[in-house]
Each structure stands twice: as structure tokens, then as C-alpha cells.
Design a protein around this ligand. Sequence first.
Ligand code: ASP
Length: 585
Amino acid sequence: MYRTHTCGELRLKDSGSRVTLCGWVQRSRDFGGMTFIDLRDRYGITQLVFSMENNADLCNRARELGREFVVSATGVVRERSNKNQKIPTGEIEIVVEEFNVLNNSEIPPFTIEDETDGGEELRMKFRYLDLRRPCLRDNMILRHRMAREVRKYLDSMGFLEIETPVLIKSTPEGARDFVVPSRLQPGTFYALPQSPQTFKQLLMVAGFDRYFQLVRCFRDEDLRSDRQPEFTQIDCEMSFVEQNDILQTFEGLAKHLFREIKGIDIREDFPRMNYADAMSRYGTDKPDLRFGMEIHDITSEVRGKGFAMFDQAEFTGCISAPGCSEYSRKQTDELTEFVRRPQVGASGLVAIKYGVDGTVKSSVEKYYTPEELKAIVEKAAAEPGSLILIMSGRREKTLTALSELRLEMGNRLGLRDRNVFRPLWVTGFPLLEWDEEEKRFFAKHHPFTSPLPEDLPLLETDPAAVRANAYDLVINGTEIGGGSVRIHDSDVQRRMFRALGFTPDEAEAQFGFLINAFRYGAPPHGGIAFGFDRWTALFAGEDSIREVIAFPKNNSGRDIMLDSPAEISAKQLDELMISIRKPAR
Ligand code: ASP
């Protein structure tokens, strides 16, 4: 046996025992007569001590050990005189009697500690070293525990984990596919699944009733901090259910994870909010409910008083930031700069200061009487001491900008505490989205999402007004999952395809297998998929999902460690009958 204990295991009660530990040299400190080495493994850090007095030869050899050398050390556990309360093994040390160097290490390119001097690119290139850092190690452990609890809960509810293929045909999630060329049928391609959507529906036709899978999905999209070209979903589907059954089942999953992973017992039902309400009150379909600061429509209060910007705008809205009425010119200028950023895209900002004493001051004072300003303040539901921030323009764009500003103010005021969690179901999304470029409707979710029954007659007369029987789980402003009740009636499916501008032949060519299957008794069914990386990142308190993925890609979709994507050999291209056209620069 290489070792008797791990580096995270020994305590005061083990004093006197002879043990052998294996691990990496985190650091070594040399005090002339004494040398201390912190030995690290996955489980923790234990201090090794060597003294010239006891064994000069051993001590001299220990001085030679470099960072990240792999060492096995045998010795006796002893109480430390200088205790370290910050680590669980901090009350003891090992007086080493013999040790072996199991492997040398080159000097690592960055310090292997939570606070590292390594930039992100460097850390990605040497990801195996990065993963030795305790914070990343803890994230991997958290991810494992989450996966285990997901399986435990879903298994207890009768769900079966069933694998679905990775080499498939285009899926309907609406992103770009990654494709894989076929050697056996040159000139043809598999697509990688954007999700197992069609398969899980086929599994319902097959009678499996409750399915789930922790599954890798692939989408060729522009990347952000919460997107990777390959990511993991908790993918689920159930038969003989209505929307409420699905929400209850998966609210149960969420509560289970909160309890088991975060130690948070949520008793009450998650609130549910209409898409339309979410948009008008928060300017987004994924509101962060950790704080209020709702958006108020003041279009009619500000219009017609001679201030051109407000007079001409389709929509004028505001938020009021409590405690900010004393903001300086510099601070409001900063906010104006913020909303002018391309990501926010507003042209400017008007502020009204509503003092604690009830006075109202604004740069647009000359257009509005004090009573009119008071009316705006009232409509904004502002409390004294608030700064009312107003934007105007096209309704949707302005709401989006107000939503960004709201989040920014939430950050500035410290209202977005990472240890507070506010889950929410958003329901009643529009079924279809108009695409100006292609001049046609697209499914907002995917083409198998059922319309709300009461909106079905509108599918031909007013498609944009049809609401979907779909829902998202949002936690703290992050979309954690989404799903829908599916269409299981072939007539409704035909009408849906028509609304999407598919001819029957096109629908047949792309989804014929599913349409066929539905001829053989498809049960009413519905499901949901959760972003497993996002959920883990949220629970880990990380902003980027890269921090909870062992081997992620960078922002341009590259694996820096593998140096991938990369060219392939002429022989491989030949076999696939592929020739490369030099990209037009
Ligand atoms: N397949 C959908 C998605 O990946 C989820 C679902 O509708 O169940 O977003």
C-alpha cells in the first residue's frame, strides 16, 4: 500500500500513530534547523516536519524537494505547537522518518492556490494543474454530488435513465448544428444533438413514461460566460401529465437539490409569473427576484409637455433606486455611460432625485411643473430618498435596457447576494417569434411545443399572439431550465408546421420519423431540460460555467490544452472525400 491515510484525514486523536501519506509538495519552508513541507492531495493538506537534529541527512534531502514533486512520507503524528485553525488537519504534523520521491515536477507555470497568478489562458493550457487548486477541486466535487442527487431524486420518482445517440440528424432547438462527416457514405453528415428532444419524445411513444438523462448537448452558437459549445443537460420527459404535474415534479427536484446541496429547506411553492408580466415588470423573461426595483410605465405621465425625447417615444419607463437620491453628477454620468454601452444600447438616461425631505429635482425640471414631477414619482412608486432613472424609446428595447440598468443598480446596492436564492417559474411564453430577416415565424422553444389550448384558434389568424404551454425555471436571474407540454395530436402538429412556413414535404423530410411515430399512439406528454453546468455554477457561486467544467473551451470555442479544433491530415480528408476551400478573408 502506498499510503495509510490521505492528507485531509489526520487529527489530534491520531497523535502517536505511525502513518504514510502521499501527495504533492504545495510549499516548503526552511528555518535552518527545521524544514516544513505542506503535502497536498485531493482531500487536504498535512504538514510534514524534518529536523536537522533528528536526521540531518533526511532534512537535507527534504530541502531539495521542489513544488509539485510527488512524495510519499512515513512518520509519526504529533501535536503541533503552532496550530493552524484554518485547516482541519491544522492541529497536527508528521515527524518524518523516511520519504520517497515518487516523481519530480517541473516548476509549475502558476501558483497552485485559490488566489493564483495564472491568467485564464495559461490555466486552460495547463488545466490538469489548474484542477489541483482547491476551488476547482471543490467545484468538481460539488458537480459530482449534484449529479448524484439528481439521479437519486429522479430514480425515487420512477424515472429511468436512458441513453440516446450522439451521431444523429439535425435537431429542432434552433441553434446551428455541429456536424460530423460520414466516411461510409461520403458527402453525408451526422449532426450532433442540440438536445435529445426528439428521442425523449420517441421514448414516450415507446411507453417508458418517465425518462431522464444527464446528457451532453452540442450547439454551435456564439459563446458567453454561461455558454459552451458542449454542455450538459438534465433532460427529462413524462407521459400522461399536464403542465402543473411537470412543474410540481421538478420543483421537487429543485427543492431536493437546495436541501441536499445547499442545506436550504424551501417549504413554500415557487412563485409563478406570466411571461407578459415578467417583461413589463422586469424587462426580461428571467427576472432576478432577490430585489424589487420594478419597472414602471410612465409613458402617459411624461408625454405632451414639450420634452421631445419623451413626446416622441413609444414607451417611457423607469426604475427607482432606493437610497440613491444624493448621487453626484459623476455617479449619474457613470450610469449614463453604462446604458450607452453597446450591450445595453440606450441613447441616454434622465434622472429625478426624490429627496428624503420629499423634494423633487431633475434636469428636465423646466418641462414639468413640481406637481407633474410628483405625479411621475408617484407612478414610479418611489420612496423618499430614491433616484428615479428614466429611459425611453421603442418599448421592447427600452424594457431590455431598463432591465440591464436594474441589475447594475442591484449590484451597486449589494442586493444580489450569492447566498440568497429566489427561484421562479415563468410561464405563458409566446409560441412563435417573428424573424425580420427571414420574414417568417420561428418556434420560440421548438416546433413540438404545444400552444395553450385556449389560444389554438389564433394559430392561423394571429400567430404572434399564441401563447405556448411552456415554462422556464429561473433562479436569481439565470434561466436554469425550460420545457413544455408537447403536441401529441398530428393535426395540431401539421398546423404548427404550417405556421412555421414548412411545406408538408419539408416537415416530412426533417421530422418524418417523429411524425410517423405519432401515428402509432403517442401519449400526452411533456418535459423539461435543465442546464446542469449553469445550475452547478449557481450553487458554486461562480459567474462562469467554465469554473464547473473539468475541461472547458475558451471564449472562441477552442480547447487551448489540446489545441483544438485543428486541421486533419490529407489522408483523413481523402477518406471523407472532403476538400477544403480556403476561407475568404
Ligand atoms: N429540448 C429542450 C431544450 O433543450 C428542453 C425541453 O423542451 O425539454 O431546451
